[in-house]
Design a protein. Structure first.
Length: 317
């Protein structure tokens, strides 16, 4: 009877039955060890490894895999099918803009997109779909329906999703709110700005560009602060810090490398923050909103598009 219900649900959603059925038992192996051996349509899900904390998803276009981190620990991984060559999925650092359990494409013949989580308003989203074992979508990131449903249940608007094509470092692709930001918020010589009222609540992310000497603070996908920042030492590729917890001993951050397949995040020493210099008032403002769930992304890449005016950030599409 359970199998018949899956078949019926698959018929409604337009997703093949194997996509529901192929959850892999990790056994004694780690998520990162298992992800490379998954067959098309298979996924692994072990949220009990890290039941709470900040979340970050990394999609690798080259390997056609995605890994979900919570508290710097991989708690899920899946095979994916991304954009075909003439409909390539953009690389970038995105935030989840919209969520819908039942959604149909307005661009492609009303095609079903179950458990849709929108990354751009131009049509790129995470959703359940067919996984043939190679890039086949119109730009979206298709996942097994079972994984898509589980992922939908634990994510929130504003969560960071990194789409990378190793060895290229991902570009920053913020929400449309940032595209309207004035040059004062992208000019490395400008004074800092702080406008927390633009987004009163939601996940907080900081994006720091070594190329621009600039940091942007986003809450729920909306820019609420900006300041000049200097990063000492070499900066190659892109990586992220995730705040795991805050206790009597202070803040506990883990670091994840995003420009290659990552292992479990390792806690960083407080001396790591000495690499970053920013106005004291700006650091104080950011400290006032620090809480578990915060993500800091550092990139060697510019926040600007080379083909765009200097006061416009790259849209990633």
């Amino acid at each position: 009877m359970k199998w018949r219900r899956l078949v019926a649900l698959a018929a409604i959603s337009g997703v093949s039955v194997p996509a529901f059925a192929q959850q892999v038992d990790p056994g004694s192996g780690s998520v990162v060890e298992i992800v490379a051996h998954l067959n098309p349509g298979q996924f692994v899900w072990v949220p009990a490894i890290a039941p709470e904390g900040p979340m970050l998803m990394v999609v690798n276009l080259k390997t056609q895999r995605a890994v979900l981190y919570r508290n710097g620990v991989p708690i899920g991984a899946t095979t994916v099918s991304t954009g075909r060559p003439n409909r390539a999925t953009p690389t970038g650092i995105f935030t989840i803009l919209q969520k819908q359990v039942v959604h149909h494409s307005s661009k492609y013949d009303n095609a079903p997109m179950p458990y849709m989580q929108r990354l751009t308003w131009e049509g790129v989203a995470l959703h359940a779909g067919n996984l043939p074992g190679y890039p086949a979508s119109h730009g979206c990131i298709r996942m097994p329906a079972g994984f898509a449903k589980l992922l939908y249940g634990v994510t929130s608007l504003g969560m960071t999703v990194v789409i990378a094509d190793v060895p290229a470092a991902p570009h920053v692709a913020p929400a449309p709110d940032i595209l309207a930001a004035g040059s004062a918020e992208t000019d490395s010589k400008a004074a800092f700005s702080w406008n927390p009222e633009r987004a009163a609540q939601g996940p907080v992310s900081v994006v720091a560009s070594a190329a621009d000497n600039r940091a942007l603070v986003l809450r729920n996908g909306t820019i609420i602060g900006s300041a000049p920042v200097t990063v000492t030492g070499p900066v190659t590729g892109t990586w992220a810090y995730a705040l795991r917890s805050v206790d009597k001993d202070g803040q506990h951050w883990v670091r994840l490398q995003l420009s290659a397949q990552s292992a479990t995040g390792q806690e960083i020493d407080r001396a790591e923050w000495q690499r970053f210099a920013a106005p004291d008032a700006f650091k104080k403002d950011v400290a006032s909103i620090v809480a578990p769930g915060m993500t800091i992304v550092v990139t060697a890449d510019s926040l600007r598009s080379a083909a765009a005016p200097t006061n416009v950030l790259e849209s990633g599409t």
